[in-house]
Design a binder for this molecule. Sequence first.
Ligand SMILES: Nc1ncnc2c1ncn2[C@@H]1O[C@H](COP(=O)(O)OP(=O)(O)OP(=O)(O)O)[C@@H](O)[C@H]1O
Ligand SMILES: [Mg+2]
Length: 234
Amino acid sequence: MSNTHQRPGAMVIDLSSLLPFAQGANRFCFQHPDNPDRCLKVIRPESIQARYRKQSPVKRLLGKARLNDNTQELRAHQQTALQHLKQVDSADVLWGHLPQFFGTVETSLGTANESELIRGADGAIAPTLESLIRNEQATPELWNAIHRFEAWLTQTRILTRNLLPHNLVVTDRTGRPELFLVDGLGAPAIPQALALVPGWSPHFIARKLRRFRKRLAWEQNSEGLSWEDFQRLR
Ligand SMILES: Nc1ncnc2c1ncn2[C@@H]1O[C@H](COP(=O)(O)OP(=O)(O)OP(=O)(O)O)[C@@H](O)[C@H]1O
Ligand SMILES: [Mg+2]
């Protein structure tokens, strides 16, 4: 990946001798070599190529940049609800369930998005909600944390993609479990623009939350159904 947008004199962070602490389908996640509380996410180049191949010829005309999760995440941070929270000085609300975001930096594996690395009270990297639910650790405290996260989304009107339990991590660093959305912020261009229409964001968010509840039910007991069938039949 090229470093053409690098600021003159800016250091390229060398990730070549490090192993990612986690990876998704689209990005590798590294602990920042100079800061254990920061996370660097770089694109897995093959993921963009694979997504591009699956596109219809019309969508291919829109180019590959829109398939880049880091570019999408940067755009997601520009959304109206987040800008509003920054203007009214509600940083604690804003970052209550979202890792702090520090923009882009250049690395030996291409441009990375830099964000807060969420850890637990013991210093270990926070587990995903998916891992806790699948291991039947859905305690009443965890459900309370899920409710607080849902209330935060409803209150702040922050737009998200489909809420998937592997994109939420659970930390107990304040003494009780809290959910953080580490991936899947934002919405496609049209819904993001519609956020300016009164009443539209609450409707969009309520729909995402209903789907999230269904997904949690499926994670706990799929009844032998695929996610697609479960959504259709339940
Ligand atoms: N800020 C963070 N703090 C702690 N863990 C994190 C953080 N960001 C990511 N992770 C871990 O890394 C995993 C992969 O990160 P992420 O979801 O951003 O990758 P992705 O490739 O974009 O995912 P997807 O497959 O959903 O597209 C997460 O599921 C989570 O376990
Ligand atoms: Mg993910």
